[in-house]
Write a protein that binds this ligand. Structure first.
Ligand code: PEP
Ligand code: MG
Length: 582
C-alpha cells in the first residue's frame, strides 16, 4: 500500500480498479526509401493526416449531445495543428530530402516542435506541447495502421489513471463505468477537473508519477476531497474508506430532500444559489439541481468548436433558450471572454507571450466591436423573452465599463429604430477579477447594476499564480489574507452603493467556504450545479450571526494556513458529516 498526494479537484471517494490509459510511446523505426517511393510516401502521410482529421471530427460529432461536448473545442486546436504548414510541409520535405519513411519524418518534425516548446519560459505555453504530442501520436498510429478511437472498454468501477487526460480521451470513456480519475499532471482549473466535476466523478490531478507507480488492475482509492490516492490499501484503510463512502452516499440522499428549498439561514437571511453553465442544454440539469437561475453563462463556448463566428441569430437563439427555460428566474449572460486559457479557432487571437495578461475578454471585444455588437444585439433581442442580465468580463476600470455601456446604448438605439423589442432596463454587471477593478470597486459600483467576483482570475492576478500551472497550484489560496481582504472590501463597496454582489469563481461552490462567504455578505453564489445542494444545506443550518463571526475571525488571520486551519476546524465541528463525507 502507498499513498500519493496530489490536488483534489472533484470531491467524493472512489474505490475501484486502476485502468491505465495507454499513452506509451510508439516504437517507430527509420526506413530508407528510393526516389521512386517518395511520391507514394508523401501521399501515405497526407492520407494519415486526413484520417486523423476525420477521426477528430468524428469524436466531436459523436459526442455532440453529450454533457461533455462543451469541452470539445480543444479538439479544434488539434485539428489546427494537423493543418499547420510547418508540420505538413516540414514532414513532406523530410521525406523528400532525407528519403525516409513517413513515420520517421513525422517523429522528427514533432520532436523539433517539442524541443522548441521546451525552450519557452512561459509554463502555460510550454505545456501546449502536450497537444502537439497527442496529435503526433495520432498521425503515427494512423500511419502504422493502429486503431486509436472507439469508446474505450473499461472494467466496471474503473479508476482511470493517465499522465494527462486529453479531452479526446475523456470524451471516449464509457462514463457509467468510470468511478474516478487520477492523473500525473493538471491543476484545479484544468479541463480534467472541470469535466470530472460536471459528471460528478472523484478526481485527483497533479500526482506527478502515478502512471509509473500503478499497474493495471491495482485496487485504488481516489479521495477527491483530500487530494490523495491510495494504491493497494490494506484491510483497515479499505474499511475506513468504505465507511466514508457510505457517509458520502448518505449525504447525497439528504441533499435530494432539500432540492426544492431556498438557501435561507436559520435567522432568515437569504443567499441566492445559482449555476454556472457553458451551454444552453445544461439548463435542465441546473433546474433539477435546484438552482435559482443562471449566474454565469460562459458565452465563449458559442465561439468554440467551429471555424466561423456565431451569427446574431445564433446568439439570440442560445440566449432565448436559456431565458425561457430558466424562467421565472434570471440568467446572467457573460459577454465573450476569449484569450488567456480560452481559445477559439473562429477568432484570430494571435500569438501572445503572456496571454493571461493579453488581449482578453472585454479588451478583445472593445477592439473587435463588430463581434461585440453582434453579441449585444443577440442578448438584447432575447431579453424580450425573460429576465436576462449582462455581465462584462475582465473589466480593469470604469473607462472600459463606460465604453462597453456606450456600445450597448448604441445597439439599443439601432434596435429601437428597427422596432425590435428588448428589455429597456436590462441590468449590466461587472466581473471583478482584476485587482485594479477590486481597488476601484466604489467607482465601478456607481455605474453598474451588480458585481460578480471571478475568483479563478482574481486569485490568479492578486497572488500572481498562473491558474493552469500545476507547479504553482499549491499557492492558489482562496483563504490568503490578501484574497479575503479583497473580497470583503468589494462586498462593502457594492453594499455601500446598494448593488448586490455575487461570486462566480470555483471558490463559490466549495462547501468549506460556504459559511465564510455568507458571513462576508455575498448576496449570490454562482457555481457548478453539482454543488448547489451541498452549499445550500450548510447555509440552511447556519445563522447569519454565526457566519459573520466566522468571517471576522478569518479576516484577522495573518496567514493562509491559520485561516485554513480555523475554517477546517470550524466546519468539521459544525458539519462533521459534510466535511468527513468528502
Ligand atoms: C473567474 O475568473 O472566476 C470566472 C468565473 O471566469 P472564468 O473561470 O471563465 O475565467
Ligand atoms: Mg475569469
Amino acid at each position: 500500500m502507498f499513498t500519493k498526494k496530489g490536488i483534489g479537484v472533484s470531491s467524493g471517494i472512489a474505490i475501484g480498479r486502476a485502468y491505465l490509459l495507454d499513452r506509451k510511446r510508439l516504437a517507430v523505426s527509420r526506413v530508407e526509401i528510393t526516389d521512386e517511393q517518395i511520391k507514394d510516401e508523401i501521399e501515405r502521410f497526407k492520407r494519415a493526416l486526413a484520417t486523423s482529421k476525420d477521426q477528430l471530427e468524428d469524436v466531436k460529432q459523436r459526442h455532440y449531445s453529450d454533457i461533455l461536448r462543451e469541452h470539445s473545442y480543444i479538439l479544434d486546436s488539434h485539428i489546427l495543428i494537423l493543418e499547420d504548414k510547418t508540420l505538413v510541409n516540414g514532414t513532406a520535405q523530410a521525406i523528400r530530402d532525407l528519403k525516409i519513411n513517413a513515420e520517421w519524418a513525422v517523429k522528427g518534425v514533432i520532436a523539433d516542435f517539442v524541443r522548441l516548446f521546451d525552450e519557452i519560459e512561459d509554463e502555460y505555453i510550454r505545456e501546449r506541447k502536450l497537444d502537439i504530442e497527442h496529435v503526433g501520436e495520432r498521425i503515427l498510429k494512423n500511419l502504422m495502421g493502429q486503431r486509436m478511437d472507439g469508446v474505450v472498454e473499461l472494467p466496471p468501477d474503473a479508476v482511470v489513471v493517465a499522465h494527462d487526460l486529453a479531452p479526446s480521451d475523456t470524451l471516449q470513456l464509457k462514463k457509467d463505468r468510470v468511478v474516478g480519475f487520477a492523473t500525473d499532471i493538471g491543476s484545479r482549473t484544468s479541463h480534467t477537473a472541470i469535466m470530472a466535476n460536471s459528471i460528478g466523478i472523484s478526481a485527483v490531478v497533479g500526482l506527478e508519477d502515478v502512471t509509473e507507480r500503478v499497474d493495471n488492475g491495482d485496487l485504488i482509492i481516489v479521495d477527491g476531497s483530500q487530494g490523495i490516492v491510495i494504491v493497494n490499501p490494506d484491510g483497515a484503510t479499505l474499511l475506513e474508506y468504505r465507511q466514508r463512502q457510505q457517509k458520502h452516499l448518505g449525504l447525497l440522499e439528504e441533499l435530494q430532500k432539500i432540492k426544492g428549498l431556498p438557501a435561507i439561514t436559520i435567522d432568515g437571511h437569504s443567499v441566492e444559489l445559482v449555476a454556472n453553465i457553458e451551454t444552453p442544454d445544461e439548463i435542465e440539469q441546473v433546474i433539477d439541481k435546484g438552482a435559482r437561475g443562471v449566474g454565469l453563462y460562459r458565452t465563449e463556448f458559442l465561439f468554440m468548436g467551429r471555424p466561423d463566428l456565431p451569427t446574431e441569430d445564433e446568439h439570440f437563439r442560445a440566449y432565448k433558450e436559456i431565458v425561457e427555460k430558466v424562467a421565472p428566474h434570471a440568467a446572467v449572460i457573460r459577454t465573450l471572454d476569449v484569450g488567456g486559457d480560452k481559445i477559439s479557432s473562429a477568432l484570430d487571437l494571435g500569438d501572445e507571450i503572456n496571454p493571461a495578461l493579453g488581449l482578453r475578454a472585454i479588451r478583445f471585444c472593445l477592439k473587435h466591436q463588430d463581434i461585440f455588437e453582434t453579441q449585444f444585439r443577440g442578448i438584447l433581442r432575447a431579453s424580450a423573452f425573460g429576465k436576462l442580465k449582462i455581465l462584462l468580463p475582465m473589466i480593469s476600470g470604469v473607462q472600459e465599463l463606460r465604453k462597453a455601456k456606450q456600445m450597448l446604448r448604441d445597439a439599443m438605439d439601432r434596435l429601437r429604430q428597427e422596432n425590435i423589442p428588448f428589455d429597456e432596463s436590462i441590468e449590466v454587471g461587472v466581473m471583478i477579477e482584476i485587482p485594479s477593478a477590486a481597488l476601484t470597486a466604489d467607482i465601478l459600483a456607481k455605474e453598474c447594476d451588480f458585481f460578480s467576483i471571478g475568483t479563478n482570475d482574481l486569485i490568479q492576478y492578486a497572488l500572481a499564480i498562473d491558474r493552469s500551472n500545476e507547479h504553482v497550484a499549491y499557492l492558489y489560496e482562496p483563504l490568503h489574507p490578501a484574497v479575503l481582504r479583497v473580497l470583503s472590501s468589494v462586498v462593502k463597496a457594492a453594499h455601500n452603493h446598494n448593488i448586490p454582489v455575487a461570486m462566480c469563481g470555483e471558490m463559490a461552490g466549495e462547501p468549506l467556504y460556504s459559511v465564510v462567504l455568507t458571513g462576508l455578505g455575498f448576496d449570490n453564489l454562482s457555481m457548478n450545479p453539482a454543488f448547489i445542494n451541498r452549499v445550500k444545506r450548510i447555509i440552511r443550518s447556519t445563522t447569519l450571526t454565526e457566519a459573520r463571526q466566522l468571517a471576522e475571525e478569518i479576516l484577522s488571520c495573518s496567514t493562509t494556513d491559520e485561516a485554513t486551519h480555523y475554517v477546517e476546524r470550524y466546519m468539521t465541528r459544525r458539519f462533521p458529516d459534510e466535511v468527513g463525507a468528502g
